[in-house]
Design a protein around this ligand. Structure first.
Ligand code: ZN
Length: 507
């Protein structure tokens, strides 16, 4: 940089670099969305290469000498002290990123992006064929890269800490072992009470088929009701539902319809809608910095879980929805009562597939993956033993055993995508969602009535003000402390589960 540059010049140069990176990421995101929705099957392999190029360019810019120079200049006291908070935090975050990731050679990074993109296609086929062995060499390479990356970027304590920090800044194995230990014991305790309860829930709805066309109408209607903005988004279909925020004005969600299992689309849509509203309400002025994203992946998940479970599976929500629902499906379902619906969507039954798990046992599926992946990363266990270890752990943690790898170790795409360190954020989202709910109820004392009346605007408004608008100005840990006065806690979630199932299962 030229010595004569003014403070404004420097800042503008920095903003320019950030927006260039963002543009590459936006196009890579769009390519990813296209691959997952409408791209022809045969086109995916070459698209992986294009995606690799775009992501690598964005990565290169984020660790480039230009970036390093401008960050150094703006960090100088005379400049830094003049900057608004959003830029100060953005610069600090970029320096942290740069210090860690410039140690990863560019060619290795590119190979890895292409590897994980291809591995996802291999995994899809392997799952279909129940064939772990074809997928194994890919997963071995991915684990190997993650182990090397942990060493390169550095960590304190467990090597897995380097990986989880990418999704949940400051989170560690040491903290998770305690938190998840408490969560596991709490859930297993409630599960025992349910097993010993003499109440059996009505399962008539398990055998109804609901027209996919009508399910689509319902999905769109519910998204509109809770406040997802279709002017800045769209709803499509994909094998695995997801949300992608290309920018706050273009946030896309997907869902999956099953004629014989309407819970998939219904709760999948509400879940992604929760993610979508977070992305849509990140202020544009923050989006143009490096803090224009969620506080963490776990905090992102708190929003989807809040709308899916705390709202969507509540009696109050169905009190409001039942008339419309019964009218829409009048040809398919006869004489539906509120109690029957609430029981049906809250049935607890240990099952093999994480994405179809009930609300109670869901977190156990996460804890199982967490325990396996931290051992994979520090080399305690190896990829070839995963199918066996998976089945043993299922038995130990959830009490049932998969009949094959399709419903066992091959069920999730995350490891094929290289997302080591990601799974814990799903359970953290559950915990944050109830910490937030407790705080929200103090401000909106008519919370239940608002839900019954499907008057979601005040609830969404509260989330925007407290969570969405803050972007990544705070870490999740800092944000939850700011909102609730307390750090991460298991208690609100466990007491919510206890109260909920006590009522339903009458224990
Ligand atoms: Zn989610």
């Amino acid at each position: 940089m030229n010595e004569q540059k003014t403070h404004e010049d420097l800042l503008n140069y920095y903003i320019g670099l950030l927006s260039k990176i963002q543009h590459y990421r936006e196009m890579a995101g769009l390519a990813h969305w296209d691959m997952a929705t409408y791209a022809p099957k045969q086109g995916k392999s070459m698209r992986s290469e294009a995606l690799g190029t775009l992501s690598t360019e964005a990565f290169k810019m984020s660790v480039s000498p230009e970036m390093q120079n401008i960050l150094t200049e703006l960090s100088e006291e005379e400049h830094f002290n003049k900057l608004p908070e959003k830029y100060q935090r953005s610069i600090k975050k970029d320096i942290k990123h740069l210090d860690k990731f410039r140690k990863i050679p560019e060619d290795q990074y590119r190979d890895y992006v292409v590897l994980t993109s291809k591995a996802q296609n291999i995994w899809e086929k392997a799952k279909e064929d129940n064939d772990f062995e074809t997928f194994q060499p890919y997963l071995e390479k991915i684990v190997d890269f993650n182990q090397r990356m942990a060493k390169l970027v550095g960590y304190e304590g467990h090597p897995y800490n380097a990986l989880i920090d990418r999704f949940e800044e400051g989170m560690t194995v040491e903290k998770l072992d305690t938190t998840f230990g408490e969560l596991k014991r709490g859930i297993q305790g409630i599960l025992d009470k349910i097993k010993n309860s003499s109440k059996t829930l009505n399962k008539r709805l398990e055998s109804v088929n609901l027209s996919v066309e009508k399910q689509k109408i319902l999905s769109e209607k519910i998204l509109e009701k809770i406040g997802y903005d279709f002017e800045c988004g769209r709803l499509d279909e994909s094998v695995h539902p997801f949300t992608i925020g290309l920018n706050p004005k273009d946030v896309r969600v997907t869902t999956r319809y099953q004629e014989d299992f309407f819970k998939t689309a219904l709760f999948g849509t509400i879940h992604e809608g929760g993610h979508g509203m977070y992305e849509q309400n990140i202020p544009l002025e923050l989006f143009k910095t490096s803090v224009g994203s969620a506080a963490s992946t776990g905090m992102h998940e708190s929003q989807s879980r809040f709308w899916e479970n705390v709202v969507g599976r509540s009696e109050a929500f169905w009190k409001g929805l039942l008339p419309e629902f019964t009218e829409l499906f009048q040809d398919e379902i006869d004489k539906l009562t509120l109690e029957e619906m609430v029981d049906y969507i809250n049935i607890v039954e240990p099952s093999m597939i994480r994405v179809e798990a009930d609300e109670l046992t869901y977190s156990l599926h996460i804890i199982l993956r967490y325990e396996l992946e931290k051992d994979l990363i520090d080399g305690k266990i190896s990829v070839k033993d995963l199918p066996k270890l998976w089945n043993e752990k299922m038995k130990e943690v959830i009490g049932i055993e998969p009949k094959d790898n399709r419903e066992g170790v091959l069920q999730d795409v995350h490891w094929a995508g290289g997302m080591f360190g990601y799974f814990p954020t799903y359970a953290l989202g559950n915990l944050y969602s109830l910490q937030l709910t407790e705080a929200l109820k103090k401000d909106l004392t008519d919370f239940t009535t608002l839900i019954e009346n499907h008057n979601f605007a005040p609830i969404k408004g509260w989330m925007i003000e407290k969570v969405h608008q803050r972007g990544n100005l705070r870490t999740a840990e800092e944000l939850i402390k700011e909102i609730t006065g307390e750090g991460l806690s298991v208690k609100p979630y466990l007491s919510y589960l206890e109260d909920k199932y006590k009522k339903i299962y009458q224990f």
